[in-house]
Each structure stands twice: as structure tokens, then as C-alpha cells.
Design a protein around this ligand. Structure first.
Ligand SMILES: O=C(O)CCC(=O)C(=O)O
Ligand SMILES: [Fe+2]
Length: 325
């Protein structure tokens, strides 16, 4: 394992908002990663989500394959994805289960559900609190307005000297929220196999909230730019009750790289591991373009404006392009 990095711990319920906003700005510029505590989601709920996730991944493969990935929702088996196409392996070790927003009109019926029973359990157990806090498209806009995700995005807007409702105004929210249950089987791999739990990548959306189970494996390339070589990896340890937050590519594009969408990966440690990631992505038709405050004559925009849906589609495509499918 590498050295563990000491990331800032941000308290979402802190009264001194100004100081929270400053710390978020600093964390997003320096690391692209931080921990979020006092986010209002009870530990008991985390436990139930992890329990449900374990029940799902313990099902026989043939059961899980009944809800095989379709349009980036549903079950992806081991080696079905390769987040870093340059890695010479047959794919990433992880298996996962994606749930996307049901309010997204174009994709309204795309979610793949394992069985009536599991749907009921997930909805019972993930919600109402999780739905309230994360908004998976099952809940109304009203619930989203009170959510941890929304509070976090308001603070990110303030951290960029923007109005609190900036993301709302540009049409980025209520965002699309993709929930992903992840399971890293505890298989040991040969050292020279170049097999990762999840190979190196940056997240595609605005911001990611990640809950981990305490088993190590997550690493981030904190002190380097994306294209530096050789890469130096630092462990991102689990902090009890905290979400690990990381900036995604959309925010990096909006901010002309002021906020970093940091490369990260999960190494195969031989220990079984579970995590739950919640990706907040701008709505498909939101155009993401460099903020006026983040460019100047001497520092022109590094990325052209792009429709969020087009960017995400391309990134997903590349994740699977290097595989056999
Ligand atoms: O499982 C983890 O700790 C990280 C997962 C991750 O980076 C991802 O799914 O994008
Ligand atoms: Fe990630």
C-alpha cells in the first residue's frame, strides 16, 4: 500500500458557512477529494444499503445476469468494464449494479431490477431517507431540495464565487443521480497481471459521494497532474460515517481545471470489499462551458463547451470499447 493522504474533513452541518466554503475551495483545488461528515444520512441506513448490496452480489451469477447491463444500468459482471483502457488486462475485477434516474424521460424504463422482492427491499431500505438525501429520480424535486447532494452543490457554487443556485440556473439540476453498488471479490491476482479492482480513472460527472466499508484499496493520484508519469498513488482511507467526495470532469471543465478531477483507482488487495458510489451528473441537455471567472486572455478555456449528455455518453462508450463486447 502507498502512503495515506490526510484529506480535509468538511462538516456539512457547520454553522460557519463561510469557513466551510473556503475549505471546500481549498480541498477541490489542491486534492479534488475531501471527506464529508454530518451529512445527515444515518449510519443505520448505510448499513442497510451495504447489507442489501451483499445480498445481491451473493446471488448466483445466472440470477444477476438476468439484469445484465443495458444502457449503463443494471448488473456488470467481473471484467465487464475497464475504466483505464490503456491497462493490459482483460478488465476490472469489480462487479457492480447501476441504478439511474427514472425521471430521465428518454431513459425512463431502463433501470434493471433484480426481482420484485429486491426492488421493494431496495426502495424500502434505500428510501425514504436515501431517496430524500440523494434523489434517485424516485422522489420529487421537493425532496431533492432538502438533500445532502443539493446542499453540497450549493457550497461548491459558493466556493467558486458563484451564486448558490448557479447549478440550478444553468440547468444542471436537479441533476441525474446514478447510484452504483460495487463489489470487489477478494480474489488474489498475480502481480504482473495488471488487474485492478477498478483501474485508474476520473469520474465523469459533477461530484461523487462515495461510501466505503473500511477495507482498504482506494488510491488517488493526489499530488500530480493527470498526464504525469510515473504516477504516484496515495491511499485514501475509510473514515467512519464519512462520505469520500471527489470532483468530477464536468466540474473540472466548468472551472478550467481550477477544481481537480483527480485520477483514482482501487487496487486488488485480495480482500473482499464493498462500496457505494453516488454520481451527481448534470442533466443531459446542460451545456458545460468554462466559467467566466475561471478564464482570461492569458488562461483561455482548455475545453470547448459540451452537452453533458454527449460527454457522458462518450466516456461510457470508451469504458467498454476496449473489451470484447
Ligand atoms: O469503490 C471505490 O472505492 C471507488 C469506486 C470508483 O471510483 C467509481 O466507481 O468511480
Ligand atoms: Fe471513481
Amino acid at each position: 500500500m502507498g502512503d495515506a493522504v490526510l484529506l480535509p474533513i468538511i462538516d456539512l452541518s457547520a454553522e460557519d458557512r463561510l469557513s466551510t466554503v473556503k475549505r471546500i475551495r481549498q480541498a477541490c483545488m489542491e486534492y479534488g477529494f475531501f471527506y464529508l461528515v454530518n451529512h445527515g444520512i444515518e449510519e443505520e441506513l448505510f448499513k442497510r444499503v451495504f447489507d442489501e448490496s451483499k445480498k445481491f452480489f451473493t446471488l448466483p451469477l445466472q440470477e444477476k445476469m438476468k439484469v445484465k447491463r443495458n444502457n449503463y444500468r443494471g448488473y456488470t459482471e467481473m471484467y465487464d468494464e475497464k475504466l483505464d483502457p490503456s491497462v493490459k488486462s482483460k478488465g476490472d475485477l469489480k462487479e457492480s449494479f447501476y441504478v439511474g434516474p427514472s425521471e430521465d424521460a428518454k431513459n425512463s424504463n431502463l433501470n434493471q431490477w433484480p426481482s420484485e422482492a429486491l426492488v421493494t427491499r431496495l426502495i424500502d431500505h434505500l428510501g425514504p431517507s436515501l431517496m430524500d438525501n440523494f434523489d434517485l429520480g424516485f422522489s420529487s424535486n421537493l425532496q431533492w431540495k432538502r438533500s445532502a447532494g443539493k446542499r453540497l452543490l450549493s457550497l461548491v457554487a459558493l466556493a467558486l464565487d458563484l451564486e448558490e443556485d448557479f447549478f440550478e440556473k444553468v440547468g444542471a439540476y436537479p441533476p441525474m443521480g446514478f447510484l452504483r453498488l460495487l463489489h470487489y471479490p477478494g480474489e488474489s491476482t498475480a502481480l504482473n497481471d495488471e488487474i485492478y479492482g477498478a483501474s485508474s480513472h476520473s469520474d465523469y460527472g459533477m461530484i461523487t459521494l462515495l461510501a466505503t466499508d473500511g477495507i482498504p484499496g482506494l488510491q488517488a493520484c493526489i499530488c500530480q497532474k493527470k498526464d504525469s508519469h510515473p504516477q504516484v498513488w496515495e491511499d485514501v482511507p475509510h473514515v467512519k460515517g464519512a462520505f469520500i467526495i471527489n470532483v468530477g470532469d464536468m466540474t473540472e471543465r466548468w472551472t478550467n481545471c481550477l477544481f481537480r478531477s483527480t485520477l483514482h483507482r482501487v487496487i486488488a488487495t485480495g480482500q473482499e470489499r464493498y462500496s457505494v458510489a453516488f454520481f451527481l451528473e448534470p442533466k443531459s441537455d446542460c451545456v458545460v462551458e468554462c466559467l467566466k471567472t475561471c478564464c482570461s486572455e492569458t488562461s483561455p478555456p482548455r475545453f470547448p463547451p459540451i452537452r453533458s449528455g454527449d460527454y457522458l455518453e462518450e466516456r461510457y462508450r470508451l469504458t467498454y470499447a476496449s473489451l470484447k463486447i
